[in-house]
Ligand binder design. Structure first.
Ligand code: BES
Ligand code: MN
Ligand code: MN
Length: 462
């Protein structure tokens, strides 16, 4: 690969400005108020793929938000890389906690990002990381070094469960055929400790509703004599973990894969500092399942967490009331082999079973997906590893992540291909939180590293 660095340094400002423009469009897929913006973002991604050198670029309408497809096929006998990413973003709430408006990107220097970081919703998840691939393609095309075929599939519904992408993939297997899927929508350990994500957790997301009396009641007149749905919900939720922080749903762990002691020892070698971890979060202690380390708890073990809980009076001052209903949103992060539909059923059966007399319980499944583990003895992993060695001067560490990209296991099922997760974000980049950001250094490092993946993957495939 000639001139990668030259092309990059000659175009740095433009690469940054283009990303900033993309970040200005509030493509929040969860909130219908932003639907036109989400559609506009698809259009903008389409244009950028055309400008980067794709020969074919299409917007595929779905029952939800469109999928942008692009390709550049230089020779059918050469390997094909399929790039996946998403142009939708999480809601920006709570807006008050942002130091600058979420859709007015600014670059600020921080201790972690001394060369500056772009602050905006979607900067890291996933517009910034997705756009690295568009710019890497531009770089390879414009310098005459694209070594193989490339396809892009950029969706607008990842943050709301990718429901329509599954249909698109199943209906377009031939069109999407590829030798490897490449995604930058995860993270790495640190800028001087590159890592490649080798696993994602699955997910089951449910909402529960507990109903007591047919109306809100005076908490003096009725208090103590009828079931209070909020008390009951709190008790039911508390019972879902035992004293060892083990999940109590019968059958929940049946299919959980136990790692061998060798595998756990290998995991423990990854650099991790518990004090910095605690300091970064302002907590005096970590908390979790007995018998497992922090990195095991957040990557290879399943979890159950309440994401939101509400009911009753939460306005100013005090109101004495027993609410008729209480609600919670609960996510379960799953590990490979746990089937998300099966777990959702187990949750529903158990949660209904533990409801005491005096309330009724409804469990509404939202969305979910399977976990994923990628093998490291493949050409694709070796090529990715070598690409990082070239640009970081270090061998990347394989590391399983706790996050979920449910569509990845579906890609394997439908298209038969493995995914390589080359993430360039950091856990501290505050994805899904106020003040999300993405290091400028990380953005350019991604654009620099990706072309080497193409090169090595093509060479090793011969
Ligand atoms: N990019 C994230 C997932 C991620 C981030 C994986 C960092 C590993 C490291 C993705 O956009 C995401 O937020 N996924 C959701 C699930 C989805 C169904 C809404 C998640 O993990 O909560
Ligand atoms: Mn993402
Ligand atoms: Mn996300």
């Amino acid at each position: 690969m000639q001139n990668v660095k030259n092309y990059l340094s000659e175009n740095k400002d433009r690469f940054l400005n283009e990303l900033i423009e993309l970040l200005k469009i509030p493509s929040v897929s969860a909130d219908p108020a932003f639907s036109q913006d989400v559609i506009d973002t698809a259009e903008s991604v389409k244009l950028s793929l055309q400008e980067a050198g794709c020969d074919v670029v299409e917007i595929h309408e779905t029952a939800g938000y469109p999928i942008v497809y692009g390709e550049k096929i230089i020779n059918p006998d050469l390997p094909t890389v399929l790039v996946y990413g998403h142009y939708d973003v999480q809601p920006a709430d709570p807006i008050d906690l942002w130091h600058s408006p979420p859709f007015e990107p600014v670059i600020k220097k921080t201790d972690t990002h001394p060369e500056g970081a772009i602050y905006a919703r979607g900067a890291c998840d996933d517009k910034g990381q997705m756009y690295m691939h568009v710019k890497a393609l531009e770089l390879m095309v414009k310098t005459g070094q694209l070594p193989c075929n490339v396809k892009f599939m950029i969706e607008g519904e990842e943050e709301v469960g990718s429901n329509n992408l599954g249909i698109y993939v199943a209906e377009n297997k031939e069109k999407l055929s590829n030798d490897v899927i490449l995604i930058s929508d995860t993270g790495m350990i640190a800028n001087d400790i590159p890592s490649i994500t080798t696993g994602l957790r699955g997910l089951s997301y449910v909402e529960v509703e507990v109903t007591g009396p047919n109306r809100d009641l005076h908490s003096g007149l009725y208090g103590g004599a009828v079931a209070n749905p909020i008390n009951i919900l709190a008790k039911m939720i508390a019972s879902l973990h035992d004293d060892n922080n083990h999940i109590t749903i019968p059958g929940f762990y049946d299919k959980v894969e136990e790692l061998s002691s060798d595998e756990r020892a290998a995991m423990a070698k990854a650099p991790f500092n518990l004090d910095s971890y605690k300091n970064a979060l302002d907590i005096d202690s970590v908390y979790g399942e007995k018998g497992y380390t922090t990195n095991e708890r957040n990557a290879i073990r399943p979890t159950l967490d309440v994401n939101g809980i509400w009911g009753g009076y939460i306005g100013e001052g005090a109101k004495t009331v027993i609410a008729s209903k209480a609600y919670a949103k609960i996510s379960m992060r799953l590990v490979p082999n746990q089937d998300w539909k099966e777990i959702t059923e187990l949750f529903k059966t158990h949660f209904e079973a533990i409801a005491p007399k005096g309330v009724t319980v409804k469990v509404k499944p939202h969305h979910g997906g399977q976990g994923y583990v990628t093998p490291i003895d493949t050409i694709a992993y070796q090529a990715a590893s070598k690409a990082y060695e070239t640009t970081f001067g270090k061998t990347p560490i394989p590391q399983r992540s706790g996050g979920s990209i449910p569509i990845v296991s579906l890609f394997e099922k439908e298209l038969g291909s493995k995914t390589i997760l080359m993430g360039f974000g950091l856990d501290s980049d505050a994805i899904h939180s106020p003040n999300e950001h993405f290091g400028v250094w990380n953005y350019f490092k991604g654009i620099e590293t990706i072309p080497y993946f193409y090169q090595y993957f093509t060479e090793m495939s011969k």
